[in-house]
Structures are given as C-alpha cells and as structure tokens.
Design a protein around this ligand. Structure first.
Ligand SMILES: Nc1ccn([C@@H]2O[C@H](COP(=O)(O)O)[C@@H](O)[C@H]2O)c(=O)n1
Length: 595
C-alpha cells in the first residue's frame, strides 16, 4: 500500500468459494491504482493486488485448480496517476502492465480522446500481447488511414491445471462517443460475422466473454443468445463493466455474469465448480449433458485486511517482492506528479449520490450555487444574463472534508471539457432546455442520444433512491491525518464500516465484508446556474446559454425542439480553461490552505 494510505479496519468477513476454475476481475479502475488514500476499506494499491494475485495463483496451483485474471476496461481517466502528466499516462502504463492479466479489453474511456486510443493501440495492446481482445473494435492507422483490428478478435487457450479449453471474447458496448481514430462496431452486427460464427463453433469447455458492457443491457443478451443457440449445454461466463456497480446476473443454469464495481474499490471473485477440462491428455470426450455445476461470486473490498484474510497470510508474509516494487513505482510516480499538493481544505463532505440534491451536502448544489456563478464568466460578456448548464456525469467522486489536492481535481472531474456558449438565445426558449434534458422524454426519442449518458454511470443501474438507516458521523474518523467519511451511527450493531451491501441475482451474500448500508440519492441529468439576471426579478429578453462541450449535441436537439434552429457553427468557446481547471482555481481562491 502507499505510505499515506490509511490502515484497513477489521470487519466480519465471508470467505472465498473455490471451484475448478476461478477468476479475479477488475473493471472501471479509472487509474485509482494507488488505492483510496482517504478510505481505509479501499486502501490497497495495484502492487498489493499483484501480491494477492500471485499468492492466490500459488494456492490454486497447490490444489490443482485454475485462476485467471480479467480486466474489462476504463483503466484510464479519473485519477492523477494517469491524468496529471503531460502527455497523460507517462507513469501509468508501466504500472498497469506489471499485473499478469489473462484476458483484457477496452472501455469507452480509452477511446474518448484520439491520443488515448493511440496509446492503447501502441502501448497497452503490445503490453498484453495475446491477452488483449477486441471483438468489435478497430483502430485507424494515422499514417495509412487503414482500419485494422485494435487487437485479436478472440482467444482460444487451455488452462494450466485443469486443462479447461476456453474460447474468450472481448467486447465494448455500442459506444458512439469515440474519437475518429477508432471504429466501434455494434455488437448485433459483429456476432453475425463469419469469424464469430466460426469461433462459437470451436470445441470449448467454457466460453468466457469479457466486455465493457453492463450485464442487463441488449449487448450481452445478444451474445448470450448467439452462443447458447449454438451450444445448448456449454457453460458461459460473462464479465462486464461500465455502470460502476457490483452486479451478478444469472442468464441460465450454466450462464452467469459478474461485474466488479469501480475505482479499485472491488476485486470480483468468480468460481465455477463442476467443469471437466478436456484439454488434458487423460480427458475423456463429453457425452450427453454436463453434470450440474455451481457458479459462485464474491466482491472483495480492496484492502490488506481482506487480502491477508483470504490468503491466510499476514503483514510480514503477504507481500511479494514484485508487488512491493510496484507499490514503490506508484509512490515514485505520485511524488513526481506532485499529487499530494494541497489546493485548499474542503470545509465539509460533499456527496455525489450519498446526500440528496439539492442540499448543502450535495456536490451539485455546491457546483451550481458557488462554483459555476464564478467560473462561468468572461470579461467581455460578464454583464449579460446567462444560464450555465453542466451534466452531473461530469463529476465522478465525492469530496471529503479536509485536504483537496492536485490529485483530487482529477478524481472529481478528469475530463478536458470546456464551457461553450450560444449568445443571445431568447430566454423563453433557453429556460426550457434544462427541463428537457432532465426529463429525457420527447427530445431524445427522435435521436440516437441517450439521456442516461448525462448522469453518473451508477444511475444506469440504480433506478430508485436507496435510503439507509445511517447518519453521518458527528466526529470524523481520522487516521494518518486523513479522514474516513463515515463511522457506524448506532451502538446496536457490531462495528460495521459503511460500504457496499450488494443485492444481486445470487442474493445478498456477495460482499466479502459485512457493511452498514450507504444511501444513494439519484440526481438529475444536468444542473443549471442562473447568473447576472436583472435585480428587479424580471425576465431578460435573451441570455447567453453556456454549457460544457460534452453536452452540446443534447443542447442543440433541445433548442431545436423548442423552435430554435441553432447549428454547431453558432457555438463558440466561452472559457479556454477546462471545467476541472476552473473548479481547481475556485478552490484555491475560496478554501483555506491550512487543513
Ligand atoms: N467528456 C466527458 C466524458 C464523459 N462524461 C460522463 O462520463 C460518463 C461515462 O462514464 P463511464 O465511466 O461510465 O464510462 C458519460 O456517460 C458522461 O456522463 C462527461 O461528463 N464528460
């Protein structure tokens, strides 16, 4: 772990079920490879994960079963370890490649910016040669303009200990926001291609589909139907991602899917018992239906207490030299990037989804009422009445009371989105834009734009508020000078740490650590600040309509819906700085430095 990481807190644990074949999954790590330096329950780093994987592989070898590692994309954007260097990822790729991942694929974040996709193609794909799969993704060579597969389409291999013959694929959901040096082919189209139809006819003991794809969306449904249509009895294991939640889905009695959360908070554990490997010399041919199998999952909190518990090792025996070296690499990178430099001290916790919006604990109320009115201003139009709109998905994580650092700026908002504007929009039309964006309804029915892309990804899957019987601690729980946001609120239960209490198709026993439930309040797609309006409370004739560039397509559609025919050429840059830079400047100016 990193030297400044808070020590994990002991908690009641559930052990890991082992099977003939076992998997560890990471997804949506978003470059949190240093672990969480303000939350003890997620404080292990990528080096610790390397030690954990090496110890668990040894355990698997000792009893003659298999363990494979999977990563399903969105490794970049969301933490200073990737975002703070110029170019991005200077230290990051060498750290990630140290983990011995068996099957790996691309997320949408690897594709938003052309330079990131190029690094993926030129660095990550070769770093994981033979393991990186791109079933529906092509790269466009910038020199020749040639469109080539991002990586190999699928992989066939046999596991070391049980001789299980695996046919594996690596998909991305039907993403359309990629830069123009990649091509994402819709899943429905891909599965009709000859290579895929041939691959699902290969002899296999297990199909493994990894993807940056949610478990209950149309893409996995289509792939499942295609494989099951051809192989009525072969087990199928899916690994998904993208919506940042812990999830487990049962498609049928031999087809399951696992998704392992976000931000290095969770390692997913999947075990399948009852598979017979035919890839061993002594293997016999499968005749008739396979015997019953069991598919079990766990969500492992990423901390050393759990890693010691699951390996049966301790502080002096757990870490491998390799793992320790990678922790040092991360520490050196963080120092070189100056990630602990303090910008200001947050006076209170500000929550993305743990507190209701609007409210003084909501990060969006803070942005709307305090930050945007100061940030959405330019000298030459500072007296113009204006509406400034930001999508809530632009903010990615909570702010904890205490030190707000260089690192935190990227944790809160890693995007390079800028404010743009359309000048002098009739107010009667401009004021209808926010409700249209938030209601989703009519404007989006006629376009391919999806309203859920505006809000935090968790809201794709969490469709109603979850209100937990917990209160915020009056006294923050302080460790190593850092603060953990919550402590248990009442005395009537043992000291449970607030955290994930997952319910999925397997029931409510998936989490490896017993937690106290945390609330989740849904937020609107977008928020709006009203700035420089007439003092007498009257409506202005026209306003400058300001918005972050990510939502420009939605804004133009909404304006068209209310009868205004603005085009891309009517949009200009309002501020040169990114939203992240404007927020950082606001914090430097408004929050005191001495925490
Ligand atoms: N420039 C951007 C890019 C993305 N977003 C938001 O992030 C969401 C995707 O996040 P995942 O981690 O799930 O891939 C996207 O739907 C937007 O809400 C953004 O705000 N600005």
């Amino acid at each position: 772990e990193q030297p400044s990481a808070p020590k994990p807190v002991a908690a009641p644990m559930r052990s890991l079920p082992w099977g003939d074949i076992n998997f560890l999954q990471t997804t949506d790590t978003h470059s949190w490879h240093a672990g969480h330096l303000q939350e003890p329950q997620y404080s292990a780093d990528w080096g610790d994960y390397i030690s954990f994987a090496e110890r668990m592989r040894q355990k698997a070898d000792d009893v003659g079963v298999d363990l494979l590692l999977v990563d399903t994309g969105d490794r970049i954007e969301g933490n200073g370890l990737y975002d703070a260097s110029d170019p991005k990822g200077v230290y990051f790729y060498d750290i990630v490649k140290e983990q011995n991942i068996d099957i790996i694929c691309t997320g949408n974040h690897e594709l938003y910016q052309a330079d990131a996709s190029a690094r993926e193609y030129n660095t990550t794909v070769p770093n994981f040669k033979g393991k990186y799969l791109a079933s529906n993704l092509d790269y466009i060579n910038p020199k020749t303009g040639e469109q080539v597969p991002m990586a190999q389409r699928y992989r066939k291999f046999t596991t070391k200990n049980k001789g299980i013959r695996i046919v594996a694929f690596g998909f991305l959901f039907d993403f359309t926001g990629n830069a123009d040096n990649t091509v994402v082919q819709p899943v429905e189209k891909t599965i009709k291609e000859e290579w895929f139809q041939d691959a699902i006819r290969e002899e296999a003991d297990l199909f493994v589909i990894i993807g940056h794809v949610t478990l209950h969306g149309p893409e996995y449904k289509a792939i499942y139907k295609a494989i099951r249509g051809q192989n009525w009895d072969t087990p199928i294991q899916f690994f998904g991602g993208h919506s940042h939640i812990r999830d487990f889905a049962k498609y049928d009695s031999k087809a399951y899917a696992l998704q392992s959360g976000r931000y290095m908070e969770t390692l997913g554990w999947m075990s399948i018992e009852g598979i017979k490997g035919k890839g061993k010399k002594d293997g016999s041919k499968q005749l008739g239906p396979r015997a019953s199998m069991s598919f079990k999952r766990r969500y492992i909190d990423n901390n050393l207490f759990g890693y010691h518990y699951h390996t049966g090792l301790n502080e002096s025996t757990f870490s491998t030299d390799h793992g320790k070296n990678v922790s040092s690499m991360i520490h050196e990178a963080r120092k070189a990037l100056d990630l602990d430099r303090i910008y200001g001290c947050a006076p209170r916790d500000l929550w993305l989804n743990r507190a209701p919006y609007p409210g003084n604990k909501s990060i969006f109320t803070w942005l709307e009422e305090e930050v945007m009115p100061e940030a959405a201003v330019t000298e030459k139009r500072k007296d113009k009445p204006r509406l400034a709109i930001t999508n809530t998905g632009a903010l990615r994580f909570d702010i904890f009371k205490g030190a707000f650092t260089h690192d935190t700026t990227y944790i809160i908002s890693p995007f390079v989105s800028q404010f743009r504007y359309i000048r002098d929009v009739p107010y009667k039309s401009a004021k209808q834009v926010l409700p249209l964006l938030n209601n989703g309804g009519p404007i989006l029915k006629t376009t391919s734009l999806k309203h859920w892309e505006l809000a935090p990804p968790e809201q794709m899957s969490i469709l109603t508020d979850i209100i937990a019987p917990e209160v915020l601690s009056p006294e923050p729980f302080v460790q190593n000078g850092w603060q953990s946001p919550l402590i248990p609120a009442t005395d009537d239960e043992p000291d449970l740490i607030p955290g994930y209490t997952t319910k999925d198709d397997g029931g409510d026993d998936g989490d490896d650590t017993l937690h106290k439930q945390i609330s989740f309040y849904r937020v609107p797609n977008c928020i709006q600040s009203t700035i420089s309006f007439p003092d007498d409370g009257s409506d202005p004739e026209t306003v400058d309509l300001i918005f972050v560039d990510f939502i420009q397509p939605w804004i133009l559609v909404a304006l068209q819906y209310v009868g205004e025919s603005y085009k891309e050429t009517d949009v200009s840059i309002y501020r040169e700085e990114t939203l992240t830079q404007l927020m950082a400047a606001w914090i430097k100016k408004n929050w005191k430095k001495d925490c």
